[in-house]
Design a protein around this ligand. Structure first.
Ligand code: ADP
Ligand code: ADP
Length: 208
């Protein structure tokens, strides 16, 4: 059983590496941000609620997020494990997650805030499934079009420099301290996220 957390600041490559790892291990990739964005596109009640927080770069309230993730990881496709990207982000969420399941690995991919700002400015994501590109380091084969599902590529509304600064601050204040919580269980694997995408992938792959 592999119940894996992808952990690290904005732009560290969680989405990029998560896509590869999900394929390699044949596990579902659960990306909280993508689930929220999907609800926003569909205009559901959850989407309307989430939008008020997401566009400001703030966290969606824990009660809502915990319930959504609990429901998702208890579905049948997570029976043999899952990869979680973007959750938990604070102590309340980490405790809620303990109530649902047992985590086996935390992959901490780390980069500096300067690198985060550079990468997020050039990030483009596909509107259909959130596949991730970088205009310079990981461009799509055809400009503006997703390699995987041919949907349009966009810059996320919350990838503005102002919203990113707020998200990074929340990461350092509320999320990063969780490393200690999981370190006490010896689950943390530190990975240097400032290597090339291929070299980060080698480090990730070597853990499984
Ligand atoms: P996260 O999910 O952690 O926010 P992403 O996987 O979305 O990070 O990556 C952020 C941006 O940086 C994307 O544009 C992605 O293509 C690019 N990127 C990811 N990993 C690397 C890397 N090792 N080197 C350079 N650019 C990268
Ligand atoms: P990033 O990690 O780059 O800030 P994500 O795509 O993971 O972006 O998430 C986008 C937004 O969705 C976050 O800024 C936040 O508003 C919301 N969100 C995602 N995951 C969580 C979470 N675990 N708890 C609360 N809000 C979340």
């Amino acid at each position: 059983m592999n119940n894996i957390l992808l952990f690290g600041p904005q732009g560290s490559g969680k989405g990029t590496q998560g896509e590869k790892l999900a394929e390699q291990l044949n596990l579902p990739l659960v990306v909280t941000g993508n689930i929220f964005r999907h609800h926003m596109q569909e205009g559901t009640e959850l989407g309307k609620l989430a939008k008020r927080f997401i566009n400001k770069g703030e966290l969606v309230p824990d009660e809502v997020t915990n319930r959504m993730i609990g429901e998702r990881i208890q579905r049948a496709d997570c029976e043999f494990g899952f990869i979680l990207d973007g959750y938990p982000r604070n102590l309340d969420q980490a405790k809620a997650l303990d109530g649902y399941t047992t985590i086996t690995h935390l992959l901490h991919i780390n980069i500096s805030d300067e690198e985060a700002v550079q990468r997020i400015g050039n990030r483009r994501t596909c509107v259909e499934n959130g596949h991730v590109y970088h205009l310079i380091y990981n461009p799509p084969k055809q400009e503006g079009v997703c390699d995987h599902d041919a949907s349009e590529l966009e810059q996320r509304a919350d990838d503005s420099e102002e919203a990113l600064k707020k998200r990074l601050a929340i990461y350092h204040d509320e999320t990063e301290p969780l490393l200690e919580f999981y370190n006490q269980r010896n689950l943390v694997h530190d990975i240097d996220g400032e290597q090339s995408i291929d070299d980060v992938w080698k480090d990730v792959k070597s853990l499984f």
